[in-house]
Design a protein around this ligand. Sequence first.
Ligand code: PLP
Length: 467
Amino acid sequence: MEKKYTAQEISTLKAYAAKHICPHYMANADLNRGPKIYVKSEGNYIYDIEGNRYLDSFASILTTICGHNNMDIINAICEQIKILDFFPNFGDHYCLPMIELSKKLEKIAPEGLTAYFYVNSGSEANETAIKAARSYHVENGEPSRYKVIHRRGSYHGTTIAATAVCGLPWFNEKYQPMSNPGMLEAPPADCNHCELGFSDCKTCGLACLKELERVIVENDPKTISAMIMDPLPGSNSGYPVAPEAYMKGVRELCDRYGILLIFDEIQCGFGKSCKWFVAQHYGVSPDLLTTSKALTNGYIPLGVCMMQQKIYDKFRTGNSEFRSGSTFGGHNVACVAAIATIDYIEKNDLLRKSQKISDYINFKIRELQKVHPMILRVSGMGMMFSIELTAKKGEKKSFAVPGSVGAFINRYIYDNEHMIIRNNCYKAGDIIVFSPALTFTEANVDEMMKGLDAGLTAAEKEFPVEP
Ligand SMILES: Cc1ncc(COP(=O)(O)O)c(C=O)c1O
């Protein structure tokens, strides 16, 4: 029997949470309005403690891509915990699920990524990639290489090295100078908001790539260890899709200057682009690739740093080693959840089916765009979408208080349409983002579009768009 909470119980629980539990990336203004508590999930929906049902249009921060309450994955977890609950993967000890998962990853990963280091989160996976790159250079007789290039606009996680390579000042400005020694910044390939002032990526001559080379050359290439980048920048910066020539050019520059290329596919990887990895859309393989979030359908924390075999082989020669590890990294119950997630996606042909849903979403958004002057443009890839808003029809114009209109829409949709999306403010522009599960149906999409339509209609009344 499902427990029904009284108004008194709910208010006591909320007061306790707000007073005693610091939420991740807290927002005092939201918390002061009163926290939200969730108690149940079902398919593509989530329920709060008051009994309201919400359409989960952001797949629980891009994790539950096979839907909530997926019994195939849940049963696999339950079986494994009965067989071997836990034994740490330390030194020369391995648990069987980790071996089985690695064999599966080898089949779906971009070319050459055949060695794996398992961790508990995306941040740890990036931390590992940064350490592995540095360690590789030390073992390879190039100890001068320690600097890491990252791109403005990208988020890479919450641990201190991952924070240091965040290209969004909000995430790291309070941790400087702790968080930044040796970090170099380069521009993203965001053609809709080109920071170098070009309006067309066909005629700019890939200026951002030239700028990247300038950063490398001016900072003594022999001191640079790695470049970390998300091949599809995330929800904070609205999923801008880079030209193929840029991606191939980055690979070529890294090769030319002996820099290891790290792809952070924690958010964009693992099926959400309707291929297993975004790298595969470009035919580019990085030296290291990190992924997490959807890896276990969000059920058990797990992350992985994949490496080209030559990197791991370097740690396996003579007295070399990779000095990093954690108690729970690669927990065998988490590995089984990841195996079951891959099996579920393959068995149900979800990469192909979700491409059809993605096309349907794209078609429906274009229809919304015809009736909502507030929609400036839509970007994204696969099941990751961003809608950029404008204060003036047909051209980019920020709102009087950047961020406020996206926040209004998000709140309106949550309260009135019972639907979960995200909003952000990028380059003084408001964006709303969503990334539904690969299991979304056309009916779910219609419901999501109805919610977006209502939110945009309310926003256009409250913040009229200049004609
Ligand atoms: C691109 C990217 N990198 C790294 C991370 C950090 O992952 P985690 O929150 O699992 O530590 C995230 C999380 O949102 C992410 O989107």
